[in-house]
Design a binder for this molecule. Structure first.
Ligand code: NAD
Length: 256
């Protein structure tokens, strides 16, 4: 089965999503680029870069926590790129840095709304479309090292990333018979604007990153391209026997 076709990447304007979109285009996919309205300029620059070098792209703005937006994103991908073969539900936010139990219900709802509900919508409408097409597919979501192990001060974030793993394992079981695999990447510390913002909330990004580097076996921080290469493998023909998994890409992280 040749899986080349159309991919939709959410949160594609920067960080991991941007690297994933570029990599999938290099791999031969046409790519629908999603992010929030405020990122339109960044998406246009990325779209131009991809169109000049590699493949066709479209921009589909929208908020993944809104069901109607996700339905529209999938529909425009199908209409403009001829189908949907790969969904990368990457968009996510980090919650407000607050020790539990001072976490607010507003932060809980906001974080779970994007990181869990948003990924649920992306999986659901991608799966419906892929089943309708009848040619299989690949669904990939963003979990985290914090989706495998609790993480102090960002309780809603960790809970949302555990939810993505549960959703992934369960959806994989239902979708396997349709030749659709469902997996997540579980990054450790990857140098993106999100990590910088988290570090700033914890007393300073540079000191935070330096500390995190010391907490990896390889004494390094990951790059967005390190996640993009895993996505590239998960959408390849060779990965057809891998489903329901959450692939750690974390430099051998350990916490004290
Ligand atoms: P980032 O903040 O640098 O980029 C995220 C992108 O998602 C932004 O462009 C943002 O505008 C977009 N976005 C946010 N909310 C959205 C919404 N509701 N709808 C559509 N787009 C939205 O983040 P990143 O570091 O590139 O992380 C990407 C994913 O990987 C996230 O799900 C994150 O939780 C996960 N992750 C990142 C790290 C890391 O160290 N950077 C570690 C573990 C997991």
């Amino acid at each position: 089965m040749d899986l080349k076709g159309a991919a939709l990447v959410t949160g594609a304007a920067r960080g991991i999503g941007r690297a994933v979109a570029l990599r999938l285009a290099e791999d031969g996919f046409d790519v629908a680029l999603n992010d929030l309205e405020y990122s339109k300029g960044d998406l246009e620059a990325l779209s131009q870069e991809i169109s000049l070098k590699f493949r066709k792209t479209i921009i589909t703005l929208g908020d993944v926590s809104r069901e109607a937006d996700v339905i529209r994103m999938v529909d425009s991908t199908v209409q403009d790129l001829g189908g949907l073969d790969v969904m990368v539900a990457n968009a996510g936010i980090v919650s407000v840095v607050t020790p539990f139990p001072d976490t607010t219900i507003e932060d809980w709802d906001h974080t779970l709304g994007i990181n869990a509900r948003g990924i649920f919508f992306c999986y659901k409408y991608a799966a419906q479309q892929m089943i309708k097409q009848g040619r299989g597919g690949r669904i990939i979501g963003a979990s985290s090292v914090a989706g495998k192990q609790g993480y102090a001060t960002i309780t809603p974030y960790a809970a949302s990333k555990f939810a993505v793993r549960g959703l992934t394992q369960s959806a994989a079981k239902d979708l396997g018979p349709y030749n659709i695999t469902v997996n997540t990447y579980a990054p450790g510390f990857i140098d993106t604007p999100m990590l910088t913002a988290l570090g700033d909330g914890l007393g300073g990004a540079e000191a935070y990153k330096a500390k995190r580097i010391q907490q990896t076996a390889v004494r390094d921080i990951g790059k967005p391209e390190d996640i993009a290469s895993i996505v590239s493998y998960l959408v390849s023909k060779e990965s057809h026997f891998i489903t329901g998994q959450s692939i750690s890409v974390n430099g051998g992280i350990y916490f004290d």
